[in-house]
Design a protein around this ligand. Structure first.
Ligand SMILES: Nc1ncnc2c1ncn2[C@@H]1O[C@H](COP(=O)(O)OP(=O)(O)OP(=O)(O)O)[C@@H](O)[C@H]1O
Length: 594
């Protein structure tokens, strides 16, 4: 087997890793070099100086010399010990900094990936394989430690080789031979662990999902009402048992490897001691020399073993870092141009023969849809469940790219515009909108400090939430949910939806998209919302999806989707006259109100 390609790969991974660490902590490398130097010098004080002390004690026994050697020994240990603990403390601090920065780095990376890729099971498995070892097996710290140990041991070994060679170079050959054998065993054990964790990744993801469901507060209602607890616990238990079985097998294997290593080490020490005793008995070395060479041999053995283990660990960690690098190298693939949007006044959207299929699906969720939405138009999108309404909106929001056709904004593909500027023209409330455990203010406009409290209060008033927020002790600074603050507030489903609508309105975007905007609202609130609609969304282009057809009356146009196709399109009265699906749906709903 040619080791060079593997070494070259590790070299690239190491360079990548250092750049990553250096971008997070500039002081890490100098600290590491300093600490390694310190640790490398340390053993020599306790190997060489005692020789002179023992020889003095067993020879001339001069008091001043004895005191001098003891003084140098103690002072050397104290100075190096203090320096080393200072550097180690600084390294520990840098470790914390690196780990925290890495979490930030990962979060930023994931938030910038294509939305679509986050539903792709290959990407999700890669994410799991990349992040689980980093979070659960301390890969970054182990990589840093192994590199530090490698540097330190290399320096120590140079000195120890020079020292032991003055007696017999064969000792070094013996120690290295034994350690190569042990490293081979250690490597086998590491490989078994790596393979095991790779296999464990998909299982971990499922285990994590079910365990999270069991403790996730937002799931607590459904879990209780549908009696899901035994089902969830069974799943968690099954995955847990599978994982425990796997770990049991792994530890048994690792234990066997460790036992074998220990036997080899004992054998090596027996040979070295026997050799040294013969040297003393035959008068080749003094007692001081015996102690020095035994210490040097022990230290050499320990340092080589440390270096080999560190090297194997380093290579092992390189594999994890390699997976992390692969995950980190994922880039958004969706096209995003540089066209500016600032000066657009009138906005016209055009879907031109747009078709779209979700990755892994057999059929298209949007089929050959063409439609123009004029500036300021109010468009209602209706259709049965699964007809493609939300997908239509997601395409407009650039969460996915059409497979065929294109979506134009004022005659140019929406992909040509800068993504950040394009997002500014959309105020969206999806069916599954989320509120955050932040203050009400931050939920409304965390990003935009230009929006005043007064404006927020006005919009909350318009969406009918002032009665709730006005009497809150800390007003807009009240926390949503009680997760971090027991004085926080919980909103009902309808109130939450109103907050989400207020958030979209405060974005002051020219296009407002509401997916089931009144689904959670009571009849008064719904009536109020529609009455206010023209005021709330004056001059805006509004697209909203609704199963409540009464809302369609407020709209200029209605688009009816069926099985991904745009089947009917026109004003309410026109579609009623056409006597097709819209008219049937309208009548079906209307009869319950007569
Ligand atoms: N993330 C996804 N991955 C794969 N298929 C999806 C995904 N989201 C939706 N689909 C499929 O695409 C089709 C259209 O879904 P869409 O959510 O657009 O329907 P909808 O008209 O909004 O339905 P509803 O009224 O129930 O909200 C459905 O068949 C659905 O199963």
């Amino acid at each position: 087997m040619n080791p060079f390609p593997a070494l070259k790969k590790d070299w690239h991974v190491t360079l990548y890793f250092w750049k990553l660490v250096h971008s997070m902590s500039k002081s890490y490398i100098p600290l590491m070099v300093g600490s390694s130097l310190c640790s490398a010098i340390f053993p020599f004080i306790n190997i060489i100086l005692p020789k002179y002390l023992i020889d003095e004690l067993m020879g001339a026994g001069r008091e001043m010399n004895i005191i001098l050697w003891i003084g140098i020994l103690v002072a050397g240990n104290a100075v190096l010990g203090l320096l080393q603990s200072y550097l180690n403390k600084q390294i520990e601090l840098s470790n914390v900094l690196v780990m925290d920065s890495l979490e930030l780095h990962v979060g930023n990376h994931i938030m910038n990936l294509d939305y679509e890729s986050l539903e792709n099971s290959k990407v999700l498995d890669l994410k799991e394989q990349a992040l689980t070892p980093i979070r659960q097996q301390d890969v970054i710290r182990k990589m840093l430690d192994s590199m530090k140990i490698l540097l330190q041991t290399m320096l120590s070994l140079l000195g120890l080789t020079a020292l032991i060679s003055t007696l017999n170079i064969g000792i070094i050959v013996l120690i290295i031979g034994m350690i190569v054998l042990n490293t081979f065993i250690f490597k086998k054990s590491q490989q078994a662990q790596f393979n095991f964790h790779k296999l464990l990744a998909p299982l971990n993801r499922k285990f994590g999902y079910y365990s999270k469901l069991a403790v996730d507060f937002s799931m607590a209602k459904d879990v209780r009402l549908f009696g899901m607890a035994p089902y969830l616990l069974n799943k968690v238990d099954a995955y847990h048992n599978e994982s425990v079985r796997g770990f049991g097998g792994l530890y048994e294997k690792v234990g066997r490897y460790k036992g074998l290593t220990s036997v080899n080490l004992q054998l090596q020490m027996v040979i070295i001691y026997a050799y040294m005793v013969v040297k003393v008995v035959t008068g080749k070395i003094q007692m001081g020399g015996f102690v020095m060479y035994i210490s040097a041999a022990n230290s050499f053995s320990a340092q080589v073993s440390l270096a080999m283990n560190a090297y194997v660990e380093f290579r092992q960690m390189c594999k994890y870092i390699e997976v992390f690098r692969e995950f980190e190298s994922l880039r958004p693939t969706m096209k995003s141009g540089e066209e500016r949007l600032e000066k657009l006044i009138n906005i016209e959207i055009e879907f031109c023969n747009v078709s779209f299929k979700y990755t892994g699906n057999e059929s298209y969720s949007i089929k050959n849809v063409s439609m123009t939405i004029k500036n300021g138009e109010k468009l209602a999108i209706v259709g049965q469940n699964g007809a493609g309404k939300t997908t239509f909106i997601k395409l407009l929001c650039r969460l996915y790219e059409p497979d065929q056709g294109e979506i134009l904004l004022n005659g140019r593909s929406i992909q040509d515009y800068r993504y950040d500027e394009y997002m500014k023209i959309l105020g969206v409330v999806f069916q599954d909108y989320k509120l955050f455990s932040f203050s009400i203010k931050d939920n409304l406009c965390a990003k935009n400090s230009e929006i005043s409290d007064k404006e927020m209060e006005e919009v909350l008033n318009q969406v009918g939430l002032e009665a709730k927020t006005k009497y809150l002790e800390r007003g807009l600074d009240t926390q949503v949910f009680k997760i971090f603050d027991e004085r926080g507030t919980d909103f009902s489903g309808g109130e939450s939806q109103k907050i989400a609508i207020a958030r979209a309105l405060l974005k002051k975007s020219p296009i407002l998209i509401l997916d089931e905007p009144t689904a959670a609202l009571d009849p008064y609130a719904e009536f109020e919302m529609y009455n206010n609609f023209n005021l709330l969304a004056a001059n805006k282009t509004v697209i909203y999806i609704s199963h409540r057809l009464s809302a369609c009356k407020f709209c200029d146009k209605i688009a009816l989707f069926n099985n991904g196709e745009l089947r009917e399109y026109g004003p309410h009265d026109q579609l009623l006259k056409d006597q097709q699906e819209y008219s049937t749906m309208w009548k079906a709903q209307a009869q319950y109100y007569q």
